[in-house]
Design a protein around this ligand. Structure first.
Ligand SMILES: [Zn+2]
Length: 489
């Protein structure tokens, strides 16, 4: 798919379809007004008859009409003007792109840039690139057809290119999540990461079983023990900043399939567990984007890759693991494996003396119970860094909400819930309550004093059902947030 800048007016462009936007509380303006004028007031009449929805991400297809060269106009709702921002534009462009991708079309032109700045163009183009890709990877009869060329009405070539790169990074993440577990396992994920590194100039180091043993990653290795697939740790590095500058560390949970291990999940809960590597896929999508944009910063990306399976060699309840940091962990539930993987990966990240850490993990069902499926939980040991992650993610329309991490005797001490009589800590909290937080308290044991934010993405990483602006399956959520954080927002 090619992305081109266009300066041809909306009614004049020779395309198979054009996209315009309408705000719910403003008269038609810009390209929408031009289309209206060229079609003899068609849009205005439809608005007056309430046949044209301005509700955010509603798409109305109009088969035009004399006066407009393109045979099809997709009108996407943008909602009220005071709420229109980058986040709205990303989803609106994605919604229109998705609707038009229901059929094969060659040339699609987007006229959504009337409101200006580069940051808006980037997000809009990224949305258009994301919306036309679906999850129909293995269907003979495809459901989505990406156009040959997307034309974007803006003369800001740099912003258009940035948007394309961003959209392709998100699509990489979505594709890796959507591919089945017989295709995506620790070795094959590491091979894909190596391809990305080679193509876009990232350094990469892949730790195999022997190296992980030599490095005493006893916690991560224990999770992999039940599987016929050996584990991998992928360490990617982007050196865009000055040699001595401490990097930002992005850490992803990559459980390529989570059966639960001996604490076996029921079938319903296991069905979508190919998505348990979404944290690692998000890190890889972000690292690809950061490298291609040549951001002038140092960033490391670490993906902890294992398959969690039950077998005669699987870790058992009651096993005491020796993590790389020296901490001992009693296993009380083998389905709380993500934190066991991250314990060692976070410790490896500390070797590189990062300035700040973000980890992303489809970690707990408890977080989905607390916040629903659309919002990621944030837990942190550093309030300013957490505030930054929360602000950036919400500005981009990737919603997050902070959960408490009290260690204060006047309030409550969540840390006590992972105390253990036989080892330093145990891998599940006492009782079933506050499970997202006790998981984060566990991780906190492995980050030292480095400012760290844990994002529990168990809800938003995977859409069980399609949304108006995106197909179901891997969502690619938080690639944009990570890239923006790397820019130093
Ligand atoms: Zn699990």
């Amino acid at each position: 798919m090619e992305i081109r800048s266009t300066t041809v007016a909306a009614p004049e462009i020779d395309a198979d379809a054009i996209v315009i936007g309408v705000l719910s509380d403003r008269p038609l303006s810009g390209s929408a007004a031009q289309i209206d004028a060229a079609s003899g007031g068609l849009l205005k009449r439809l608005v007056d008859r309430q046949e044209l929805s301005a509700k955010p991400y509603d798409v109305t297809l109009l088969h035009t009409a004399t006066g407009i060269k393109a045979p099809l106009v997709a009108v996407v709702g943008l909602g009220p003007a005071d709420k229109f921002d980058r986040a709205t534009l990303f989803r609106a462009a994605s919604a229109a792109s998705r609707a038009l991708a229901a059929k094969a079309r060659s040339q699609v032109a987007f006229y959504l840039d009337d409101l200006g700045q580069a940051a808006l163009v980037e997000q809009g183009v990224a949305g258009a690139v994301v919306g036309c890709q679906g999850q129909d990877l293995y269907r003979e009869k495809k459901a989505r057809f990406a156009p040959t060329t997307i034309h974007w009405a803006s003369n800001n070539l740099a912003a258009i290119e940035t948007g394309r790169v961003l959209g392709e990074g998100i699509n990489l993440t979505r594709r890796l999540v959507n591919e089945p577990p017989q295709e995506v396992y620790p070795e094959s994920f590491a091979a894909r990461a190596a391809d990305v590194a080679k193509q876009f100039g990232l350094s990469i180091d892949v730790w195999d079983q022997a190296k992980l043993e030599a490095e005493r990653c006893g916690s991560l290795l224990a999770v992999a023990k039940g599987s016929a697939r050996p584990p991998r740790l992928v360490i990617l590095e982007h050196r865009g900043g000055r040699a001595g500058d401490a990097p930002l560390a992005l850490v992803g949970k990559g459980v390529t399939f989570d059966s639960g291990g001996l604490s076996l999940k029921p079938s319903d809960g296991m069905l979508t567990m190919k998505c348990d590597m979404a944290g690692a896929a998000t890190v890889l999508g972000a690292m690809q984007t950061i490298a291609r944009l040549r951001l002038p910063v140092n960033v490391i990306g670490l993906c902890g890759l294992v398959e969690n399976m039950p077998s005669g060699t699987a870790m058992k309840l009651g096993d005491v693991l020796h993590a790389r940091s020296g901490r001992t962990i009693e296993v009380q539930n083998t389905d709380a494996e993500g934190r066991l993987v991250l314990a060692d990966v976070l410790n490896v990240a500390l070797d590189r003396k990062p300035a700040r850490i973000v980890d992303l993990a489809t970690l707990t069902g408890a977080c989905v119970v607390a916040l629903g499926t659309d919002v990621a939980g944030l837990m942190s040991n550093d309030q300013p860094w957490c505030d930054t992650v929360a602000r950036v993610s919400r500005e981009l329309g990737e919603p997050t909400w902070q959960l408490p991490m009290f260690a204060d005797h006047r309030l409550t001490d969540y840390r006590e819930l992972i105390n253990c009589p036989i080892a330093d800590i145990r891998n599940v909290g006492e009782g079933r309550w506050g499970g997202a937080i006790t998981a984060a308290k566990f991780l906190e044991e492995f980050v030292g004093t480095t400012p760290w934010v844990h994002m529990d993405i168990a809800g938003p990483a995977f859409f069980d059902k399609p949304k108006s602006w995106l197909d179901g399956g891997g969502s690619g959520m938080f690639v944009r947030t990570l890239v923006e954080l790397a820019k130093g927002s």
